[in-house]
Design a protein around this ligand. Sequence first.
Ligand code: 5GP
Length: 115
Amino acid sequence: MAQETIFEKILKKEISAAVVYEDDHVLAFKDIHPQAPVHVLVIPKTKAKNFSEMSRWAPNDTGEFVNRIGIVAEKLGLERQGYRVVFNCGEYGGQTVDYIHAHILGGKPLNISMA
Ligand code: 5GP
C-alpha cells in the first residue's frame, strides 16, 4: 500500500493546517511556504495521486473538484483582480506531494514564467 501523504494526515486532522474552506468534497488550506501573498492548496476528499490519475475520474467528479476550486478563489476575494490555478504533475512537473492538489495563487500580479 502506498505510504500516506502529509495531505492525508491534514485531511484526518492529525496534522494542523490553516484551513480556509471545507465542505463534503474538498479541504482548502494555506500553503506552508507561500509563493504569493495568497497561496492556498485545494485537495479533494477522494484521493487521486495527481492530475493524470484524476483525469480518469468520472467527469462529474472532476467537475465537482474544479467547481470547488473556483468557489475557494471567490471566497478568498481573488475573483476581481484575478489569480492562477496550478497543478504540478509528476517529477518533471515539480510535484512533491503525491496527493492531487490545486495551488491557488494571487494577491499580486504574477509573472508568466513557466519554469
Ligand atoms: P507540489 O510541489 O507537490 O505541487 O506542492 C506541494 C506544496 O505543499 C508545496 O507548495 C509545499 O509548500 C506544501 N506543503 C508541503 N508540506 C506541507 C504541510 O505540511 N502543510 C502545508 N500547509 N503545506 C505543505
